[in-house]
Design a protein around this ligand. Structure first.
Ligand code: ATP
Length: 332
């Protein structure tokens, strides 16, 4: 059963135009536009210090913008804070609870007038058996799942999650991802701030890539990958017998359709190009007659490659425009 009413996808949940924020004269969010529609899971990704947390804190009325038109669920986050806050469920980067607070007590403490189904949420996120456990004794994954329960308790119309899986081990990350996937499947609108790009690819249908307060590009993960990280890489080691003819091998591979470059990396041959290269190199290896190298590796472009390309391009552009070396670096 769905815990939250499934909203109409056309409903705007967040509409931001020209959001600008400076600290001490330094602009950290720079004319940002953002749209989040009902039922979407939207990811904010980008370099450290890109202004992601500042943006989501402004959306919750926790900080004030210097300029911009900001509507969250049709309301002004500062002027209408009292009406808006209960409709947003959030887990902030700096979330914490008193060490001795027990799970069941936390649920009762955070429950507002709209709260329903605390027990059901604990059940849903695998925490029911910890109802009498203190926060201090919980693992990282359990704590993050508790923050999700607390964020959902008051039937929010928008859920904001800031670096939800930071510092979790791989198994705990997967537990939390599956909890967020459950949210997505019930039609909850989620704004996710994250550096975990596998998380973003798995959970988000729309991604906004930011650097230094600006949106570099946005779209589905697949759109960003196809726009900014088209190349695949095929890599394998040369056997000692092949080393002597390596130059010929490189030339032959370079002539294959789709190949944009072939290089040597220590004992490996590295071939870059379009996806066609995978089949072409496979066919070339078969035609060469030897065994297919056991260390053959294919790297398909992903969101991480796309983001790195975007950040590098923007960094180069910035250096070009300002004519000096930027101390921040591209993906610091
Ligand atoms: P990260 O991914 O590292 O968490 P972020 O994209 O969430 O970064 P913000 O936390 O929004 O970025 O910070 C944007 C910039 O604003 C950073 O350079 C940060 O140092 C600065 N900043 C944030 N809060 C304050 C503050 N209260 N006073 C001064 N500067 C601040």
């Amino acid at each position: 059963m769905s815990l939250i009413e499934i909203p109409h996808p056309a409903d705007p949940v967040v509409t931001v135009r020209g959001l600008t924020k400076a600290y001490g004269g330094r602009t950290v969010v720079d004319h940002l536009d953002l749209d989040v529609h009902a039922g979407q899971v939207v990811g904010l990704i980008g370099a450290n210090g890109a202004g992601k947390t500042t943006t989501v804190e402004i959306l919750q009325g926790l900080r004030t913008a210097d300029a911009g038109d900001i509507r969250v669920l049709g309301l002004d986050p500062v002027r209408d804070a009292d009406t808006l806050r209960p409709q947003i469920g959030s887990q902030l980067q700096s979330s914490g609870l008193p060490d001795r607070l027990r799970v069941g007590e936390a649920v009762r403490l955070f429950a507002g007038p709209r709260a329903t189904g605390g027990d059901r949420l604990l059940e849903q996120f695998g925490l029911a058996h910890l109802r009498h456990s203190a926060f201090a004794g919980m693992s990282g994954g359990e704590r993050q799942r508790l923050f999700l329960v607390l964020a959902l308790l008051n039937k929010p119309r928008l859920v904001i999650l800031d670096e939800l899986t930071q510092g979790l081990d791989p198994a705990a990350r997967r537990e939390v991802w599956s909890a967020v996937a459950q949210l997505r499947d019930t039609g909850t609108t989620v704004l996710l701030v994250t550096h975990e790009l596998d998380e973003t690819e798995l959970l988000c249908e729309h991604v906004v890539a930011m650097r230094e307060g600006r949106v570099l590009d946005q779209g589905t993960p697949a759109e960003l990958v196809s726009r900014h990280a088209r190349d695949v890489t095929v890599r394998f080691g040369l056997s000692p017998a092949d080393i002597t003819s390596a130059a010929d091998t490189l030339q032959e591979l370079n002539r294959l359709p789709g190949v944009s470059g072939v290089t040597r990396d220590r004992g490996d041959v590295v071939i870059r190009g379009t996806r066609e290269v995978i089949a072409q190199v496979g066919a070339w290896l078969v035609a060469a007659g030897g065994p297919v190298p056991a260390d053959l590796r294919v790297d398909i472009p992903d969101l991480e490659a796309a983001l790195l390309t975007l950040l590098d391009a923007d960094h180069a552009d910035h250096v070009g425009r300002s004519g000096h070396t930027d101390q921040m670096g591209a993906a610091s």
